[in-house]
Design a protein around this ligand. Sequence first.
Ligand SMILES: Nc1ncnc2c1ncn2[C@@H]1O[C@H](COP(=O)(O)OP(=O)(O)OP(=O)(O)O)[C@@H](O)[C@H]1O
Length: 261
Amino acid sequence: MTTEAVLRTESLTKHYGRVRAVDGLDLEVRRGEIYGLLGRNGAGKTTTIRMLLGLIRPTSGTVQVFGHPIGYDQRWLRRVGFLVESATAYPNLTVAENLDIHRRLTGAARSSVAEAIGRLRLDDYADRRAGRLSLGNKQRLSLARALLHAPELLILDEPANGLDPAGIVEVRELLRELAASGVTVFMSSHLLAEVAHLADRIGIVDAGRLVEEASRHELATRARAYVRDAFTEAERAEALITADLERYFLARTAPSERPVR
Ligand SMILES: Nc1ncnc2c1ncn2[C@@H]1O[C@H](COP(=O)(O)OP(=O)(O)OP(=O)(O)O)[C@@H](O)[C@H]1O
């Protein structure tokens, strides 16, 4: 991993009237890194992501992608894959047709549609209309679209939304694989476990402000100390049983449903 900043914000701010949705955010995401923006509902994650993509204009502050300020030159968008609103697609078009539209818009190779379908394990649904997919499969379609044109940077708002536990593990593996091949991933989540399993670095936002930033390892150390101090032995045992149940569920999942490595 080099230290080159793929994504950088300086004093990024968005106010809606008196609501400070995002308030002076300084972020730097390096090439090949998985960065997780973690925060409660309403903390400002979606607003941040919309500004990163140039979908809404900041009240003040700047965003740079690949070293270029957004707004002046939109060509960088071709190098970015994104998922903003989860589970959006043309409902009357099939999975393959939805992806083919994106392929044409981005100028990606014809084979990229089948590849993306395979990567997100949508093979059995390729000819199904998007409007008839389950929430989880709609989310897979959105993810397939995000990575179809082999972007260098993925910006994903709550990528685990709507996925079942096996799906979350598959997508986690996929994002890890992409990051290992040099793709930079910026993702948001309101679930600590999701970013803690995946992100190299985690930024915690609250009321639009970055209240903490740490590597996954540092955060895990702090969390362990917190769990030790804040919970009783019975509560800790209960949590362990829940984790074991999740592992049991995954072990019982048919081999064809397991992630491709
Ligand atoms: N268009 C808007 N007009 C007014 N207020 C808004 C608008 N968009 C967001 N907000 C407010 O800004 C704050 C941040 O919202 P945002 O959607 O960015 O949070 P979030 O962290 O993505 O939350 P969630 O996980 O619930 O999506 C909230 O108080 C929200 O109500």
